[in-house]
Ligand binder design. Structure first.
Ligand SMILES: O=c1ccn([C@@H]2O[C@H](COP(=O)(O)O)[C@@H](O)[C@H]2O)c(=O)[nH]1
Length: 284
């Protein structure tokens, strides 16, 4: 590995830029609101505007792969360009792809997002542990080898997530608690040296006290991606209540709550800065 581990790069970015992650989610409705066509040209203009406005300012940009995949290969080409441009401008790119499959197929997903030779290589990727945490091993190993990161869905921001994530296993722990404990084990070496690990959890900012109800220990010694701020109803003020002492490792994520201020670049910058200020006020 020639690059520093993701956890170290993320901590440095959070310290210099603040911890905010802005999602690139080109919803059809947003393309229309921005006066763009719901087509590849609209997708490209939207994506380029967000990257140009924010990649030099925020710690993390999180393209939502689904919105690019719906345009087929030409949408993926836009995504590839966005990843490269955002990284070149200094943002860390978290590919929100939520992949999860049997281990052998997981290896191919890892090659797509975590192999530096891939056109979609990203600083980190979201994955789903519901084929068993062990099925994620190829992604965890690939990330370790390339200095990338992995964010595992643990307690998602949507209300439906609880039916799976709060389910209690034969050993009496919840599914979410078990995912979080597995992540903590992955980060053990970095934690022993006082560094932020590269293996993070997705924990919704919308959760209220649900994490403690699921018996989930949020201190995984890695980053905690907190989506749900803005359009899903959570605010930065909710973060201390959801995360407690772990708030220092939280990367609050907002997509529509910033994107709705486009297409004017200055308005996007202002919206992200306002959100970052609100986050700073509660996270320090
Ligand atoms: O638990 C989760 C995991 C991922 N997401 C993703 O984050 C954004 C949220 O968009 P908003 O417009 O800020 O609501 C979106 O890409 C989701 O797929 C999540 O919301 N919750």
């Amino acid at each position: 590995m020639t690059t520093a581990p993701f956890g170290a790069r993320l901590r440095a970015a959070m310290d210099t830029r603040g911890p905010l992650c802005v999602g690139i989610d080109p919803h059809a409705s947003l393309l229309t609101e921005w006066g763009l066509g719901d087509d590849v040209a609209g997708l490209e203009r939207f994506t380029r505007t967000v990257v140009d406005a924010l990649a030099e300012r925020v710690a993390v940009l999180k393209p939502q792969s689904a919105f690019f995949e719906r345009f087929g290969s030409r949408g993926i080409a836009v995504l590839e360009r966005a990843v490269a441009d955002a990284r070149a401008a200094g943002a860390l790119v978290l590919m929100d792809a939520k992949r999860g499959d049997i281990g052998s197929t997981m290896g191919a997903y890892a090659a797509a997002y975590l192999d530096p030779g891939s056109p979609l290589f990203s600083d980190a990727v979201t994955v789903s542990p519901y084929l068993g945490f062990g099925s994620l091993r190829p992604a965890l190993d690939a990330a370790r080898a390339s200095g990338a990161g992995v964010f595992v869905l643990a307690l998602t921001s949507n209300p439906e997530g609880a039916e799976v994530q709060h389910a209690v296993r034969a050993d009496g722990t919840s599914v979410a608690a078990s995912v979080l404990a597995s992540l903590k084990a992955e980060n053990a070496a970095e934690a022993a040296e006082g560094r932020l690990g590269s293996f993070g959890a997705v924990v919704g900012a919308t959760l209220g006290t649900a994490a403690s109800r699921a018996g989930a220990e949020l201190t995984v010694d890695g980053p905690l991606l907190a989506p749900g701020i803005g359009a899903q109803g959570a605010t930065p003020a909710d973060l201390p209540g959801v995360f407690g002492a772990a708030v220092r490792n939280v990367v609050p994520s907002v997509s529509r709550g910033v994107l709705r201020y486009g297409p004017d670049a200055a308005s996007l910058v202002e919206a992200a800065a306002r959100m970052a200020d609100e986050v700073r006020a509660v996270a320090e």
